[in-house]
Design a protein around this ligand. Structure first.
Ligand code: GUN
Length: 285
């Protein structure tokens, strides 16, 4: 049976480390501040934003919250971002996605100052990651790296396979594994023989967005399997990932559960990024 990588415990450790640093900054009169913008009534986004605000409270950060109506015009949102970019009391800006259809997400992401881009979605942040410069990294893949490191999983020299090539997870995930000296392969919907590729992986990161798609037949004996997916299943509305946990955990060496694996890490890394933004803003790094 695979060892469980406990994302709940690891994310708690990270939040406590951040909390400690935030307290020290407070003693120097610096209040770490995250601006959180939610547009519209998407219930899942509402839950995520609330959890982000709660994490700010826990770590001692100030959060300033903007809840805009579903029919908000793109120009209004861009204007708010301009104001927050110019506001010296704000360290990080987070616009919860998805946005209502009248708003172009790309234009919104590009409008956030790269210095305050704690989600790491701005093309400048993405570019910095790919050329190995310091910058903000998308929270979910950054969280996966922390899960690997804090569970003593060696990345250097290992065969790493990422399934999924999204801008938020798959692509930055591959760049991060490469930065850690992994040998990285990215698979996607056009990959010819998926099983043949995933079977080579020492570290398999699954971010396909299809409930329970990956079973033991895709996994090498002893591999570390990170499941980024989260879905609600028909029966009893239970949560599941992109992996069939019962099956994969029979062959994997280590595995992340759903819930309690990657999920809690995303918010913990948002706290890390916001602290980083504040340190940079105040010339502390
Ligand atoms: N929607 C789903 N995931 C994310 C995320 O990581 N950040 C933001 N801003 N919106 C999201």
């Amino acid at each position: 049976m695979a060892e469980i990588i406990d994302g709940k415990k690891i994310s708690q450790e990270i939040k406590d480390e951040v909390k400690n640093k935030v307290e020290h900054l407070k003693e120097d009169g610096i209040e770490v501040t995250l601006a959180v913008i939610l547009v519209g009534n998407d219930p899942a986004s509402g839950v995520y934003v609330n959890n982000k605000k709660k994490a700010c409270e826990y770590t001692g950060m100030r959060s300033v919250s903007y809840e805009l109506a579903e029919d908000t015009k793109e120009e209004e949102l861009l204007q708010l971002i301009d104001e927050l970019n110019a506001d010296n009391s704000v360290d990080g800006i987070l616009v919860q996605l998805p946005l209502p259809k009248q708003i172009n997400e790309d234009r919104v992401i590009r409008r956030i100052s790269p210095d305050k881009d704690v989600d790491g979605f701005h093309p400048e942040s993405v570019g910095r990651l790919s050329i190995g410069e310091r910058g903000f990294v998308s929270c979910t893949p950054a969280g996966v790296i922390e899960l690997l490191k804090r569970s003593n999983t060696v990345i250097d020299g290992k065969e790493c396979v990422v399934i999924g090539r999204s801008n938020i997870v798959g692509k930055p995930m591959s760049m991060l594994l490469l930065r850690e000296n992994g040998t990285v392969t990215i698979c996607h919907s056009h990959t010819k023989d998926l099983r043949e590729v995933t079977k080579r992986a020492d570290i398999l990161v699954v971010a396909i967005g299809k409930p329970m798609m990956i079973d033991a037949s895709y996994v090498k004996e002893g591999a570390t399997v990170i499941d980024v997916g989260i879905h609600r299943t028909g029966e009893g509305n239970k949560l599941c990932g992109d992996c069939d946990y019962a099956s994969v955990s029979q062959v994997a060496g280590k595995i992340t559960p759903v819930p309690g694996g990657v999920g809690p890490m995303t918010i913990a890394m948002l706290m890390v990024n916001t602290l980083q933004a504040s340190l940079m803003h105040h010339g502390r790094v």
